[in-house]
Design a protein around this ligand. Structure first.
Ligand SMILES: NC(=O)c1ccc[n+]([C@@H]2O[C@H](COP(=O)([O-])OP(=O)(O)OC[C@H]3O[C@@H](n4cnc5c(N)ncnc54)[C@H](OP(=O)(O)O)[C@@H]3O)[C@@H](O)[C@H]2O)c1
Length: 328
């Protein structure tokens, strides 16, 4: 089958088109004919090993010390089930599914394998494969931070820093779903896009510093890696939560050791990949309450170009990779 592989960390051109053996599902695995996958910040990290400051060693331990342990990227994908292992009961050939293997990767290929107990769910019929492929990474991360870590509730005022990104654009839409008043922070070129996905207010970070506007929030979500507890403290209301989706080691240490007053909290951590979250996101997508924003699509053979576009700066939402070619 056709796949995109890489053997060493580096720039987008380390991604090569290869002909590799089609994977064979184990007893509890589902074999999916991939129709679409994406370029996420997770794929970018694993390809470049350009880790946040202080996490270089951890990056090598996770992705492979001397080179990538998993040579086929693709943290999320959507497609059609073509075969299942002998003990699979949840899925059958012909099912349209989407999946979130996360650091298990595997989406940059014509076929991918995922365990039936991992993060995989039925694709809503009205959703295209491209939209379904882009549901999990941003949606799953935003859901975990806002609902599970941040305990968002109706009426909260929420600030999303990096509102035009993959996680940020999902956070804007999910926070609106949970009944919050949402302010997005983004670059000038993304102001219209962030309004269009439902933000009540938008701040251009090139002209305005949210921290000096005097506005206060119950939740501040940072997906840009630019926030610190100290910077955000005066913008947080009593019991306000700063959710650091993206942070380097020093930001995390600053968050842990900062003296916090009036019940304020700073929360970082990892968003796990969970099937029940995919089911929840699929239901929101079916109701039109969460639609992943797709900036551009590239065919699988141009995965390196898709990564280069991610690197070029100021992309909006998700970049989708389509897997058109079929094989017997
Ligand atoms: N903790 C977890 O489990 C978890 C899970 C997923 C992702 N992450 C991390 O979360 C981060 C975001 O991921 P993503 O996939 O959403 O990446 P992304 O699509 O690249 O989004 C990042 C956004 O930050 C914006 N940005 C950059 N500088 C900014 C600034 N000074 N002020 C406001 N916004 C700014 C960018 O906008 P412009 O391009 O317009 O500047 C971009 O839209 C990554 O670091 C990723 O590693 C963590």
């Amino acid at each position: 089958m056709l796949a995109i592989e890489y053997e060493k960390y580096g720039m987008p051109n380390v991604l090569k088109v290869r002909d590799v053996p089609k994977p064979v599902p184990g007893k509890t695995d589902v074999l999916v004919r991939v129709h679409a996958t994406t370029v996420t910040s997770g794929d970018r990290l694993a390809r470049s090993l350009d880790m946040p400051a202080g996490f270089g060693l951890i990056g090598r331990l996770v992705f492979g010390v001397f080179g990538p342990r998993r040579r086929i990227l693709g943290t999320e994908f959507a497609g059609e089930v073509r075969a299942v292992g002998s003990r699979v009961t949840n899925f059958k050939p012909g099912d349209e599914v989407f999946a979130f293997p996360g650091a298990g990767f595997g989406g940059y290929a014509q076929y991918a394998i995922i365990g039936q107990d991992k993060a995989i769910a039925l694709k809503p019929a009205d959703l295209s494969y491209s939209q379904a492929a882009a549901l999990s990474f941003g949606g799953g991360t935003a859901l975990n931070f806002l609902r599970d870590k941040g305990h968002i509730k109706s009426g909260d005022r929420v600030l999303v820093i990096g509102a035009a990104g993959i996680v940020g654009s999902a956070a804007v839409q999910l926070a609106k779903h949970f009944g919050a008043h949402v302010t997005g922070v983004c670059h000038t070129g993304s102001l219209e896009m962030v309004h269009s996905i439902g933000a009540d207010e938008v701040i251009d970070y090139t002209t305005t510093d949210f921290a000096v506007t005097g506005a206060t929030y119950d939740i501040i979500v940072d997906t840009s890696g630019t926030a610190t507890y100290r910077k955000c403290e005066n913008s947080l209301r009593e019991n306000g939560r700063l959710l650091l989706v993206s942070a380097n080691l020093w930001q995390l240490l600053g968050m842990v050791f900062a003296r916090k007053k009036r019940g304020k909290k700073a929360i970082g951590g990892y968003a796990p990949e969970r099937a029940e979250d995919l089911v929840f996101l699929a239901s929101l997508a079916e109701q039109g309450k969460f639609t992943p924003y797709i900036d551009r699509q590239f065919p699988l053979e141009h995965a390196a170009k898709a990564h280069a576009f991610f690197e070029s700066g100021h992309k909006k939402g998700s970049i989708v990779i389509t897997v058109e070619k079929d094989i017997a």
